[in-house]
Design a protein around this ligand. Sequence first.
Ligand SMILES: *Cc1c(COP(=O)(O)O)cnc(C)c1O
Length: 528
Amino acid sequence: MKPESFTRLCIPPNASLHDALARLDATAQGILLVTAGTDGVTGRLLRTVTDGDLRRAALAGVEAASPLSVLPSHPPLTVGLQATQRDVLALMDAHRIDHVPVVDAAGRAVDLITRRELSQRVYLSSPHLGEDEVGLVQEAFSSNWIAPLGPHVDGFEQELAALVGVQHAAATSSGTAALHLGLRLLGVGPGDVVLCSSLTFVASANPIKQLGATPVFIDSEPESWNMSPQALAAALATLRAQGITPKAAVVVNLYGQSAEMRALLPLLHAAGVPMLEDAAESLGASYHGQPSGSFGRLAVFSFNGNKIITTSGGGMLVSNDAALIAHARALSTQAREPARHYEHVEDGYNYRLSNVLAGIGRGQLRVLEQRVQSRRAVFEQYRQALAGVPGLRWMAEPEGHRSTRWLSAFVLEGEGAQARRDALLDFLERHNVEARPVWKPMHLQPLYAGCRYFPHAPAQGNAGPPQVSSPPSGDGPAGRPWGLTHDVSRALFEGGVCLPSGSNMSAAQRERVCELVARGLELMVQTA
Ligand SMILES: *Cc1c(COP(=O)(O)O)cnc(C)c1O
């Protein structure tokens, strides 16, 4: 609820029964919080008042002009700021109540959880089917094209390639499989070095390791949150001085937005390093008018359930190089040689997408632009509703970019950002809203401890890159210059929040999230 609507639920004990009834009517939550003190805002919670309490008082003949303090008192059932959604639900069930006030350490009322919100979870990003998918899947059934491959796979590949403006595409069983294939096709193998954005989902980096190569992680830049050209230049220079030419660079387009290709591509080109564009999160986005996923020598899309469109699970590898995609198709179908008997020379995989799922994908492609517009509208609503909140910086959409706003993301700035981020996420979870931190960068993951990392700018008093990634250590070394200046991806992780962004969120759900974020952030100031 809005900060002011929570305040309206608080009423002083000297208010009359009549006033309480009027306030109950106006606020329509079925409950008021009687709080000590005259301001009725930050006072200690004395009790709650429901319609039932007032009805019983009227039946007992209590005058409507009497103060609330004449009502028979019972200690309120409350939870503290540490309570989880499960705690709240358990209390509701045990006492057959539908409202639970939250109190701070001093016993002051700071929040109210209702059973209604606990029964309607708001998801981060849930699948949103269109009208054609069922018919297309039906077609696969009635034509008995259930086996992998078939007309829907061909159609899905051609339609996606046309949409992205590339010549060739190979559908795969997942985005991760497409990344693995893409790296194989670029010749990545044991002993190689592969550059990779640090701020990403782990699937961008795992295939590098699984091919026996070594990832070197590159920081983000503060504008697009994507790979920092400055850090990339430092990495290339340092590696060159050591006689190392990276075999490839996995450049990620985060949360629906392209990386700064005009700065990154010339650097990679000059160093002779091919780009594998991880566009798993950016289908439908564009950069200076060119579709995201058409910049790399190869690019990868994902149709996992949380992505902007989905086949429940699936991916796509695209390129303008016909030979690469033909090779991808062969490798993804066990690398069978053209012989009647099963002849194998190369090491292949079973990575092809099923014809049934490709049918879903074709239907989803038809509504992609609608989904982009819906997600952008969700973001715009958040941005406007939370415009007055200090210390909150939205992921920017720099000049020339059109983001899909796959996820609406912001970063909390200033000291103690990580603690405030966690408090906000706890608050939202208590209200049954699924929000998440921004990806935890790969250079902070235990899985990649010891890997080299090039930050956006050298730390103060440090000779400069290269640095070695460290496993997580709480809040990081004391005295580290905070902010989006040095270790940008770390700061984005520590203070970053992704809000529910689904294209199928109702207007009421979007409003609820806006109100809760505003209230949660205000509460943090109040209880700090
Ligand atoms: C989702 C995602 C992937 C992996 O795609 P799957 O289809 O889930 O295997 C890879 N990279 C990024 C950045 C992603 O967000």
